[in-house]
Write a protein that binds this ligand. Structure first.
Ligand code: AHR
Length: 501
């Protein structure tokens, strides 16, 4: 059997675990909003039409922030359409997803849903078809206490208190030619800077996110960040990154090593941001908002929007069904996000419900957990305190996309208060288990250990509404002796080891 060693040491501190790493995303796309979070006919629906079962699952998932309302959708969105009496709201064409949006859910409903779900809203403004004024209008509607036209309109619509939204995305994927109102880096950088400058006149303490690249494969990757930050460095706090991975042509080895690309992505963007920082001779650092990441099989028919005269409301779109290998990759991407906690200050699993999502629903019916639900829920729950880089000594395997990749990847968290340590680890080996020795001699107070694994002899096993429990995290033997813990990580598995005093 192959073997690996993981060395855990509190001296390997990267930074604090940030709750915002465990954000998600609700876009007006497919069935994410309509029949996803909102389904008035559902037996668990509240007075606003929000499904109670989905709120329960969102809480179980441990989601911190939720980005809204898009995504590509936001680049054609008129937020005013979605406020006020429902019977007066217009239905509109959603050009991004070739759908019709009935505008039954808008800013006020979303804020009420967020409050009920206990999540922090993260708003995106439309910098595709709109600009500085409309961003200011939405900010006034959301955050100004009262006494102005738009803040009083919000109050008249039932929200006496301002929503006090802290994080704002300045547009979405403006580097992508598919984006409505797509711009060059220079055009976008200027617009982002001016929008941010004006928004800060309303509230200087907002946390503002400029659009970075929509993938590390974009031809403009790197140059986009350099130019945008060259224009907007002083006005923004974060730059976004988006990454979606999928198993291509049966190349499971490369797919399982997708986190290598995410590491490279984060390191390249931070290096670029720091180069701009040096040129500007400023002490301010720009951090990353990894506000779209997941596994997404974009080439499947399920991702193709309707065409022609068909503009349906809430069509079935991007409803990927995830298998065990997908869950292992999602867990590994979380490991990579956590180990960059010094620079990744926010992240959003895209998306929350039905659309490339951990939570699935039937209209008016059942809801269930996809395989990717579990690594996210475990990481959100057990990552506490500080993130520790783990020294991994593991055999490697060859991948077509990333060269040699380690068979085992891991990160740890250390709660200085309780002394507890949690190790998150994946085994990328396809043929058998890897015996892992975890060296915790630098943490002599640790006495007990428990472990779970998520795996299946058939890594293509997929959850359904009828069965979402065959593959869930299950106990794994993890004996601890002489400050060394031994655990056998099954092939293609996501694992969590918890040590305490
Ligand atoms: O999350 C699905 C889509 O992916 C989003 O609308 C867009 O921002 C990205 O390309």
């Amino acid at each position: 059997m192959q073997t690996a060693t993981l060395t855990i040491d509190p001296a390997f501190r990267v930074g604090p675990v940030r709750r915002r790493t465990f954000g998600s995303f609700v876009e007006h796309l497919g069935r994410c909003v309509y029949t996803g979070i909102h389904d008035p006919g559902h037996p668990t629906a509240d007075a606003d039409g929000f499904r109670g079962d989905v709120i329960d699952l969102t809480q179980e998932l441990g989601v911190s922030t939720v980005r809204y309302p898009g995504g590509n959708f936001v680049s054609g969105y008129r937020w005013e359409d979605g406020v006020g009496p429902r019977e007066l709201r217009p239905a509109r064409l959603d050009l991004a997803w070739h759908s019709t949006d009935p505008n039954l859910v808008g800013v006020d409903e979303f804020m009420r849903w967020a409050a009920r779900a206990g999540v922090e809203p993260m708003m995106a403004v439309n910098l595709g078809t709109r600009g500085v004024q409309e961003a200011l209008d939405l900010l006034e509607y959301c955050n100004v206490r009262g006494g102005t036209r738009l803040s009083d309109q919000r109050r008249a619509n039932g929200a006496a208190e301002p929503y006090d939204v802290r994080m704002w995305c300045l547009g979405n994927e403006m580097d992508g030619p598919w984006q409505i109102g797509h711009k060059t880096a220079h055009e976008y950088g200027r617009l982002a800077a001016e929008t941010a400058r004006a928004m800060r006149m309303v509230d200087p303490d907002l946390e503002l996110v400029a659009c970075g690249s929509s993938s590390s494969a974009m031809p403009t990757f790197g140059e986009w960040e350099r130019v945008v930050l060259g224009e907007a460095y002083e006005q923004v706090d974060l730059i976004s990154a988006h990454a979606y991975y999928f198993e291509e042509d049966g190349d499971l080895g490369s797919f399982l090593a997708s986190a290598v690309d995410l590491d490279h992505f984060v390191e390249s963007v931070t290096a670029t941001a720091d180069a701009v920082r040096a040129r500007k001779k400023t002490s301010k650092r720009i951090h990353l908002s990894f506000d779209e990441w997941n596994v997404w099989y974009q080439k499947r028919a399920a991702s193709r929007p309707p065409t022609g005269h068909d503009w349906p409301v809430a069509p079935v779109l991007l409803e990927d069904r995830y298998n065990v290998a997908d869950a292992v990759v999602v867990g590994n991407l979380l490991i990579a996000l956590l180990r960059h906690t010094d620079r990744v200050h926010s992240a959003s699993l895209a998306q929350l419900v039905n659309v490339i999502a951990p939570i699935m629903t039937e209209p008016g019916g059942r809801s269930w957990r996809q395989t990717i639900f579990h690594p996210f829920a475990q990481a959100a729950r057990y990552a506490v305190g500080d993130v520790l880089r783990v020294a991994v000594d593991a055999p490697t395997y060859e991948t077509a996309k990333f060269g040699d990749a380690a068979l085992v990847d891991a990160v740890a968290t250390h709660d200085a208060e309780s002394g507890a340590v949690t190790v998150f680890a994946v085994n990328r080996a396809q043929t058998g288990p890897v015996r892992v020795e975890v060296d915790v001699r630098s943490l002599p107070g640790l006495r007990t250990a428990t472990a779970t694994t998520l795996c299946h002899p058939d890594h293509t096993w997929t959850a359904t509404a009828d069965d979402d429990t065959t593959v869930v995290p299950r106990a794994l033997p993890a004996p601890l002796a002489d400050m060394r813990l031994t655990v056998e990580l099954p092939a293609v598995s996501w694992n969590v080891v918890r040590l305490a005093g």
